[in-house]
Design a binder for this molecule. Structure first.
Ligand SMILES: C[S@@+](CC[C@H](N)C(=O)[O-])C[C@H]1O[C@@H](n2cnc3c(N)ncnc32)[C@H](O)[C@@H]1O
Length: 322
């Protein structure tokens, strides 16, 4: 039996999973199936997650470091899923959420998000401490799947996560349905923030540069909170009035990714533009342009060349307080 036949059987006659699995192992043992194909096959099986995971342990043991980068990354996802399966009861909603994570690397599902979120959450915790969040009201802008806001809710805050894409809101709602204090609303930030009322902290991560009018968003944040943590792409300029339009592959991004802008025509501010606006609004500027935030291709501790360009991975992180 070749890999296509095995796959076909798997989908068409799932009750034969166990015997398929035996075939599968004998193919592996006899060298008829490469480790890569074997792994690919497992990634494509959808009808029995538990079985795949058990099986994966076996396969990975045999792989002996033959994994290339892609498979390595996929395995990180798998081992993460395994941990989750082993650590708690795994209901139908969890299975669906994990299923989504497993079968794509696009947008919010890309592996780099995991480390990147951890680095930024750790930065926030180093600023505020974990006890800060108890009883606080937090507004999270462009929260994606809610992974950052949900952690603060877990620490005792009441978190409202605003996100424009229904597909992301759906995942956030399902993924964190058991975290009390966390809620997520489908909302386009371009429509203004005032209606959401005052809050103790605004978390504005990875989102300012997706907006058509980022300066308006800064002013609206200033209406609502004395504490703002902001993380974003900026343009490489020390000019406090520099703002550039950035259309890099936007049309494609809007169609294909779940983590980019929702409309074409976004604008990118210089870091000095952002600091000027926030200082004019009475905030103290806390720069965190530090190495501990660097991860994947994202850099925070870069030096200006002052060419006005936008390099997607040149980012800045601030805590503004008043
Ligand atoms: C790069 S992701 C950042 C996700 C998360 N905040 C983080 O930093 O890990 C940007 C998110 O903003 C959302 N977004 C883009 N434009 C938006 C808008 N106008 N209103 C609300 N959300 C928006 C996207 O759908 C995406 O989930």
């Amino acid at each position: 039996m070749n890999i296509e036949e095995l796959l076909k059987l798997k989908f068409e006659e799932p009750e034969k999973s166990q015997s398929n699995l035996e075939d599968f192992h004998s193919m592996l043992d006899e060298g008829d199936l490469s480790w890569k194909d074997a792994f690919g096959l497992l990634l494509h099986q959808t009808n029995n997650i538990g079985l795949q995971l058990l099986d994966l342990n076996n396969i990975v043991e045999k792989m002996n470091g033959e994994l290339d980068k892609f498979y390595n990354e996929s395995f990180v996802k798998y081992s993460d899923s395994m941990e989750r399966i082993n650590s708690r009861n795994f209901d139908i909603v969890d299975q669906f959420v994990i299923g989504n994570e497993k079968y794509t690397n696009a947008g919010h599902y890309n592996e780099h998000y995991k480390n990147w979120r951890i680095a930024r959450i750790n930065k926030v915790l180093s600023i505020f401490g974990v006890d800060y969040f108890k009883g606080k009201r937090v507004l999270e802008l462009g929260g994606g799947h809610g992974d950052i806001g949900a952690l603060f809710a877990g620490l005792g805050a009441e978190v409202l996560c605003l996100e424009a894409r229904r597909e992301n809101v759906n995942i956030a709602k399902m993924k964190y349905r058991n975290v009390s204090g966390f809620s997520c609303e489908e909302y386009n930030l371009e429509e203004g923030l005032r209606q959401f009322g005052k809050c103790d902290l605004i978390v504005n991560f990875g989102t300012l540069y997706t907006l058509l009018d980022p300066e308006k968003c800064l002013h609206e944040c200033a209406e609502l909170s004395e504490n703002i943590v902001l993380e974003c792409i900026v343009c490489d300029s020390t000019d406090p009035h520099k703002i550039v339009r950035w259309d890099l592959d936007e049309e494609n991004h809007i169609k294909l990714a779940n983590d980019g802008p929702i409309s074409i025509g976004r604008h990118i501010l210089s870091p000095f533009f952002i600091e000027r606006v926030m200082e004019e609004r009475g905030y103290t500027v806390g720069r965190h342009f530090t190495k501990d935030l660097n991860c994947a291709d994202h850099h925070y501790d870069w030096e200006h060349e002052n060419d006005g360009k936008v390099t997607p991975n040149y980012r800045r992180f601030w805590y503004f307080s008043r």
